[in-house]
Design a binder for this molecule. Structure first.
Ligand SMILES: C[S@@+](CC[C@H](N)C(=O)[O-])C[C@H]1O[C@@H](n2cnc3c(N)ncnc32)[C@H](O)[C@@H]1O
Length: 257
């Protein structure tokens, strides 16, 4: 099977292109904002290299020719030097996630954009991860040095999955998972949810943002993003940035207090 390495946001990055060629890519292609390298060899080597453009995720995937459609079978994601895999037995610095039916494998564009926001830091700042799923965002923050993180999820299966992933990766002592937001305030909050849920929670999220804190929300399309932005502005937050990928959006806000 041919294999592909996808570097998000690197379509115009000449260094990333040379790196893929150095790794043995037989062909390069751009897809949307992403740079793809096609490989004839197994790609595990790509997951063990030191080149990761700052703030970008790389997805290494097998490609299966499925009735003329290339269907990716992902084997790993890397962000800020941390490999995120769905398998046990990786290296100590990896994040090895059991995913099952829970959302948060790291491959979805919204998760990837939130991972990049988390990796942007500040690395030691505690993080509230609303709708934690597998715990992937909180666990990356902890792996990168956050002093503590809380994941929340309405779904008991997700809470159990996130707790197990924290324990399996040796991060349980700095991680807690619960169904509700709690009363504490946080310097960083990330919420990868549906647009309706973000709008509904806009005031609750703002109320839990500490002075000078930052919030990233994702989980909705470019078309609906203005409505989500309005709700968070109404809650008193200031828009400071964002990203979009394959029609999905991340919006970044800061507490003006
Ligand atoms: C799109 S997944 C995000 C998972 C993971 N954080 C990621 O970025 O890949 C959204 C998660 O939020 C949970 N969820 C939905 N509504 C919620 C709410 N009001 N409060 C907490 N969690 C919620 C869902 O059960 C699901 O696990």
């Amino acid at each position: 099977l041919p294999l592909v390495a996808r570097i998000h946001g690197a379509a115009l990055d000449a260094d990333a292109a040379s790196w893929l060629v150095d790794q043995g890519a037989s062909e390069l292609a751009a897809e949307d904002v992403d740079l793809l390298g096609l490989f004839d060899q197994p790609l595990q080597l790509a997951l063990h290299q030191e080149y990761w453009p700052a703030g970008r995720t790389l997805v290494a995937a097998e490609l299966l020719d499925w009735g003329g459609v290339w269907r990716p079978l992902a084997v790993g994601v890397e962000v800020a030097g941390i490999r995120i895999r769905q398998q046990a037995g990786g290296e100590a610095d990896d994040l090895n996630l059991v995913v099952g039916d829970v959302f948060g494998s790291a491959h979805h564009p919204t998760t990837a954009m939130c991972l990049e926001w988390v990796a942007f830091g500040p690395a030691d700042a505690p993080l509230l991860d609303v709708g934690t799923g597998t715990g992937v965002l909180a666990l990356l923050a902890l792996r990168l040095g956050a002093t503590r993180a809380r994941g929340t999820d309405l779904d008991p299966a997700a809470r159990e999955c996130a707790a197990q992933n924290a324990a399996a990766n040796g991060l349980a002592d700095r991680f807690e998972v619960q169904s509700g937001l709690g009363d504490a305030s946080w310097p960083r909050i990330v919420a990868n949810l549906s647009s309706g849920t973000v709008v509904e929670l806009a005031y609750d999220l703002a109320a839990r943002l500490a002075s000078g804190g930052s919030l990233a929300v994702s989980g909705f399309s470019v078309e609906i993003a203005p409505e989500v932005e309005r709700a968070l502005l109404r809650a008193g937050l200031r828009r400071v940035g964002g990203d979009d990928r394959l029609g999905w959006v991340r919006l970044d806000f800061a507490a003006p207090w």
